[in-house]
Design a protein around this ligand. Sequence first.
Ligand code: SF4
Length: 328
Amino acid sequence: MKKRVGIPRALLYYKFMALWTTFFEELGAEVIISPETDKTIKDLAVSFAPDEDCYSTKLFFGHFLYLKDKVDYFFIPRFGSDHEFNVGCPKFLGLAHVLNSLFPDFPKIIMPYYSQAKANHGKRRILRIIFEIGFKFSYNPIKILKAGIRAFKAQAEYENQLYITEQQLKKWIKSKIFLNGKPNLENREKPLKIALVGHRYVLNDELSNLSIRERLLQAGVDIITSIQMPRSLIESQMEKLDFNMYFSDEREILGTILYFLENNIIDGILQLAIFSCGPDSIILELASRYSRRQPETPLLQLVLDELTSEIGFSTRIEAFIDMIDRRN
Ligand code: SF4
């Protein structure tokens, strides 16, 4: 019988899904990913996660608890960084230990540690992790090595498809292509163009973001997300700062906002942040200051948590779209 590996559909899953799932599948394991966040998972999250955690971490608890009776192992890497200086959120490092100590009777958590910035980890460390995990599922070192190679290849292919090129961005600006589905044009002649920015696990989790993509498409908005932005443009915006924004994910968010503020080529920017998120609180303040300096492209910032009212949320978005329409 195949060993079952549970991966909560939350946080870093949305960045490394191709790498992780391919690796375990190639090792011959059955990968069980928790479903899209629903009311059951949200209720588990709110009941069991510490009150002071950010909303996204709470949801991780919900996904973890959902899987507890369905798997032989959990996979929750302690990921610090894959860059010389820049790091991820400290929650990504601590979460596996927190869950392990809160729920010691649950299936074992596989929690490899990797941090290039803090521990100078590199290829050797990756090989070690591949074999340490691999030997839990196979005694064949060739099979384990192949699983690792295929996993990194799958991740590279996924990222290649995800990130658009600067040429594709130009085509999107000229409305020659859609990047996130076709907007509903019943009530307007041409779609508005809005950049939707935020953490990947927020923009991809419909319950977290209260189905923002569908709401915008229905309102006739053509969306680009910070997740898709050309990496070259994000990095060139970060180089213009007189400090290093050392949170990796926040570079993507701030870089996208700064690019569109500076170039004034779209109708608006919608930033989704998470309540009690430390990195988000920095980015919210920075984005709002830059937006005051370059106010031509309007910026709406919304903070989400488990108590966010759907009616209040949709009213803010409708008001933002009305404001853009009046400006145009
Ligand atoms: S970056 Fe923010 S939202 Fe994401 S896990 Fe850390 S505190 Fe939570």
